[in-house]
Ligand binder design. Sequence first.
Ligand SMILES: [Zn+2]
Length: 471
Amino acid sequence: MSFHIFNSLSRSVEAFIPLDPAGKKVGFYCCGPTVHDFAHIGNFRTFVFADLVRRYLEFRGYTVRHVMNITDVEDKIIKRVREQKTTLREYTGTYEAAFLDDLNTLQCLPPTDLPHATGHIAGIISLIEKLIARDIAYKAADGSVYFSIEKYQGCGCRYGQLVKLNFEEMRVGERVSADEYDKQSLADFALWKSRVPEDGEVFWESPWGQGRPGWHIECSAMSMALLGPSFDLHLGGEDLAFPHHEDEIAQSEGAGVQAAGKRFVKYWMHGAHLLVQGKKMSKSLGNFFTLRDLLARGFTGREVRYLLISAHYRETFNFTLEGLEGARTAIGRLDECLSRLQELAGAENATPDAGLVARFTEALDTDLNVSAAWAVVFEWVRETNRALAANGISAPQAASSLASWARLDSVLGLGRAKVDGPPLELSALLDERQAARKAKDFKRSDAIRDELKAKGWMIEDTPKGPRLKRL
Ligand SMILES: [Zn+2]
């Protein structure tokens, strides 16, 4: 079997076959953050999902160019810059740094490219010029430039590839200038917004006068600049399918830059919503979490990552604090198993268990069925623990198990626990207990055991002698 994914364009599961004739290179774009605030946990579900897709493509042997844009100019940002009387660069710089920091905490691989919208203004202008030249975009009286859905459809192109739209409700000439709007606003949308006093110093010169780009055209320009006019895979949260992604397709295909018969994007993947504590996340409900909020409650990036990728990407997922506790337990079991294998394996190198890797691959080949992949992982942990308990694992077998985990973890990205051994004074106490036992001073030996227990550690006997283990 090969890698199969649900393509939102065809609304069906398809074999993933890259455009590269050699079948090797993959161009992959994920709509990045709008850096107007700290990203919340719902945003991160999408970014961790993108990281999983990228890692799996690499695991499958592809060379992936992973582009994630930084939207550093759009309506919400302009509003905040104005309110806080700061500059665009200063304002967005703070949140961009925080975002990259969070991405790192969640153990996401850095994208290959992180283009900024403000770094692509010339490309954006030239794309709008192409649309005007083809008569698909027009300049309105106020100097703004709009995309004409009617003209676009008139060229034989289709608007509404990702979502079903009711064109009966559309009124010719109706326009929407906001970056975010709903399906009720099936109207011409802004490509270039003419400068207004509220924009302050945020503007660029253009053939249509001073202004700034609309949000949707930014992604079309950046993705095509880096990945070419046709590329393999575009990913985002399902809330972006309309209007953002629909508009991206319209702008990119409307410019007529693709080779005959080629689309802007071959496969679209959309991640489902995240509920928090059973409800849509909102500040007023008290269930709005940034990653920082969760870290402040004592959870780790690994635990949050695990929980975010524990369910299938197309299922609405209910993220809860209890779920994070469960993640802690699951990861603890895994870490415990790995550390015991490590003790047995020593420094031996080995090859992964082909059967285990094959079962894991089969799960993820099926539209990235990550829950099935986790089931494979935990079945393996169970079996390994059984064998460990029966002392039935040799050093080469332990090394092979560790090599298997390294292979699986190149996709899951959990890494190994930072080794957090017992403090030195407790190790000294353990030595003292051994000495007491040798001298048959069992009273002292038991007292030390109780003292260690009170400090949260238990003594475990292993073939290599006793060691301390967290309770
Ligand atoms: Zn985008």
